[in-house]
Design a protein around this ligand. Structure first.
Ligand SMILES: C[S@@+](CC[C@H](N)C(=O)[O-])C[C@H]1O[C@@H](n2cnc3c(N)ncnc32)[C@H](O)[C@@H]1O
Length: 262
C-alpha cells in the first residue's frame, strides 16, 4: 500500500494526475485530495469539471501557457508551490495525465523535498492509456505487439533523440507532443528503417468533447496532420496494433447500428 501523508496534516503538497480530460477517469484518491485543497496549482490541459471538485474557497492558480505570454517557468512554479506550503496550505498540484509521464513531476518532487516539505504523488491515467482505450486501440497484443514505448516529439532535440528499435514490427510507439513535428517524426522513423506503410493513428482531444481518432500510414503522417488540421493535444501511435483499432471500431459501429435497429 502506498505511503500517504496524514490527510489532516497542514503544509503539504499533493501532486495529482488529472488524467487525459474526462473527470470520470480521475482516481478516487485524486478526488479526495482535491476536496481537501486550500490551493490548486494547475496546468492548462486540466478540464474545468476537475477543478470544480476543489472547494469553492480554494485558491485556483493557473500556470498554463497563454497565447499572449509564456507559461510560468518551472523554477517559478516550484517557488510558488513551496511558498504556499510554507504558509500551512494543502497545495494540490494538478497535472494533466500522470505527473511522472512528460509532466515534470520529478522536478517538482525534488524541489519540495529540497525545501524540507512533505509531498505525495497520486498517479493519473496518462494520455496514451486514456486515448487508446477510447479508440479501442490495444497498445500491446499477444499476436501483434509485445512492447510499448512513450517518447516526446517536441522540436527541441528531436533529431538527437535515439528512437531506433522503438517502432516497427511487433512493437508500439506512442509519441506525445508530436503534432507540430509530425512530418519530421515520420521521416525520422522511416530513416530508422520503419516501413512507410506502418499503420499510424493520431488521437486528438482524447476522452474530451470532440475527440477524433484518425488513421493512416507512416509515409502519410505529416500530410494527414495538415489535411485534418490536427490540433494539440494529440498523441501519435505507430504500430500494427493501429490496424486492430480500425477493426474494433468497425465492430463497435456495427454493434451500435445493430442496437439502433433492434
Ligand atoms: C506535457 S505532455 C503531458 C502528458 C501527461 N503528463 C500525460 O501523462 O498524459 C502534453 C501532451 O500530452 C498529450 N495529451 C494530453 N492530453 C491529451 C488528450 N486528452 N488527448 C490527446 N493527447 C493528450 C499531448 O501529446 C500533449 O501535447
Amino acid at each position: 500500500m502506498t505511503t500517504l501523508l496524514d490527510p489532516s496534516a497542514r503544509g503539504r503538497v499533493v501532486l495529482v494526475g488529472a488524467g487525459p480530460g474526462d473527470p470520470g477517469l480521475l482516481t478516487v484518491r485524486a478526488v479526495e485530495a482535491l476536496r481537501t485543497a486550500d490551493v490548486v496549482v494547475h496546468d492548462g490541459l486540466v478540464d474545468p469539471r476537475v477543478l470544480d471538485l476543489a472547494p469553492a474557497s480554494a485558491q485556483r492558480i493557473s500556470v498554463a501557457k497563454r497565447r499572449s505570454r509564456h507559461s510560468v517557468p518551472q523554477d517559478g512554479i516550484n517557488a510558488l508551490i513551496v511558498a504556499h506550503v510554507k504558509t500551512g496550505s494543502v497545495v494540490v498540484r494538478l497535472k494533466g495525465g500522470d505527473p511522472f509521464i512528460f509532466g515534470r513531476g520529478g522536478e517538482e518532487v525534488e524541489a519540495v523535498r529540497a525545501a524540507g516539505l512533505p509531498v505525495e504523488v497520486i498517479p493519473g491515467v496518462s494520455a496514451a492509456l486514456g486515448c487508446a482505450a477510447e479508440a479501442m486501440l490495444p497498445l500491446t497484443h499477444r499476436d501483434w505487439s509485445s512492447a510499448v514505448s512513450f517518447v516526446a516529439g517536441q522540436c527541441k532535440g528531436l533529431t538527437d533523440q535515439d528512437w531506433s528499435g522503438l517502432a516497427g514490427k511487433g512493437r508500439t510507439l506512442v509519441i506525445y507532443m508530436g503534432v507540430a513535428t509530425a512530418s519530421a517524426i515520420s521521416e525520422k522513423l522511416m530513416a530508422d528503417g520503419v516501413a512507410p506503410d506502418m499503420p499510424v493513428a493520431v488521437l486528438e482531444r482524447g476522452t474530451l468533447d470532440g475527440s477524433r481518432a484518425m488513421r493512416t500510414l507512416l509515409a502519410d503522417l505529416g500530410p494527414m496532420v495538415e489535411r485534418e488540421a490536427v490540433a494539440s493535444p494529440a498523441i501519435i501511435v505507430v504500430g500494427e496494433v493501429v490496424a486492430l483499432s480500425d477493426a474494433q471500431d468497425k465492430l463497435a459501429r456495427w454493434a451500435r447500428a445493430a442496437e439502433a435497429l433492434a
